[in-house]
Design a protein around this ligand. Structure first.
Ligand code: NGS
Length: 276
């Protein structure tokens, strides 16, 4: 989708309100494809501490975008610090209402990214967030115009990644950072809980959406630039191709099958959910 149409695609919350504050505006943001230097953001001084638990609500205008950013996580403290500090500064420039939710897997099984996302998404939906951004901790957005709101269709956000030399590896890639309305997430029963280890869970999610004709799309590459923080590769899931054969038969295994075994802790800069 071309840049001038970005705002038309984003679902704005145009409820009439009785505040004497003006609505927050987004035209200036989406009209800028300026590529940010990471240091421009990190050295920013006029940064406002978010509310306890990592929620931010603009003060001087009424935000028309409200987003929960759900981050699956394990054992990458350094990256989490960089990510959280950067994201607050980046997102505050967008004048949106947002909350950072980090979901940590606290067991010795291989990492289950999709299940962590399901847990965070459920928590966000329980707190009435209607827009979910499912976001890896190693991805740093580099363009101001990449608005962190949901579009009418699910959106693959991290399509122009430095580690891929800014090219998309395949058309149906739906990993990294994606934005999706809660209704759509619920409609496909979220993601599968049965992918342990690296790979395939995002393809499975794409299959669920495609089967219900909820077709993802992308903004133009010049506003979808990301840089990836370096890290050790995770062990691959040997069963991923086998699992992927049964995407639609296994659609029952998702949000509705979550055991509610997790604890929630409010940190200064984010809400931490620990899955046990
Ligand atoms: C595919 C994986 C996806 C993954 C994508 C990009 O091969 O889960 O590569 O990975 N699918 C399977 O393995 C079936 S990346 O290069 O970003 O590490 O998201």
């Amino acid at each position: 989708v071309a840049q001038e149409n970005v705002l038309k695609e984003i679902v704005l919350n145009n409820h009439p309100h009785f505040s004497n504050k003006p609505n927050c505006t987004y035209e200036d943001i989406v009209s800028s494809s300026h590529v940010i230097q990471v240091s421009d953001i990190t050295k920013q001084q006029n940064y406002i501490a978010p509310l306890f638990g990592g929620e931010f609500i603009p003060k001087h205008c009424v935000p028309l975008i409200k987003t929960a950013i759900v981050v699956p996580y394990r054992n990458r403290t350094e990256q989490l610090n960089i990510f959280v500090n950067y994201m607050h500064k980046f997102l505050q420039q967008q004048q949106i209402h947002y909350k950072l939710i980090v979901v940590e897997q606290n067991d010795t099984l291989p990492f289950n990214r999709a299940k962590m996302i399901n847990i965070g998404a459920q928590l966000a939906m329980d707190s009435n967030y209607t827009c979910l951004i499912l976001h890896d901790v190693d991805l740093i957005p580099l363009t101001k115009g990449n608005l962190y709101g949901c579009s009418k269709r699910p959106r693959h956000m991290s399509s122009s990644l430095d580690t891929f030399r800014y090219n998309l590896p395949y058309l149906k890639l739906f990993g990294g950072a994606v934005a999706i309305l809660s209704d759509q997430y619920e409609n496909v029963n979220g993601m599968s809980n049965s992918f342990y280890g690296w790979g395939g869970e995002d393809d499975d999610f794409y299959n669920r959406l495609e089967a219900k004709n909820i077709l993802p799309y992308r903004f133009a590459p010049e506003i979808s630039k990301y840089t990836m923080l370096m890290h050790k590769k995770q062990p691959k899931n040997d069963r991923r191709f086998e699992n992927l054969k049964w995407s639609l038969e296994n659609i029952y295994n998702g949000l509705s099958k979550l055991s509610r075994k997790y604890s929630v802790r409010l940190e200064n800069l984010y809400t931490k959910v620990i899955s046990t």
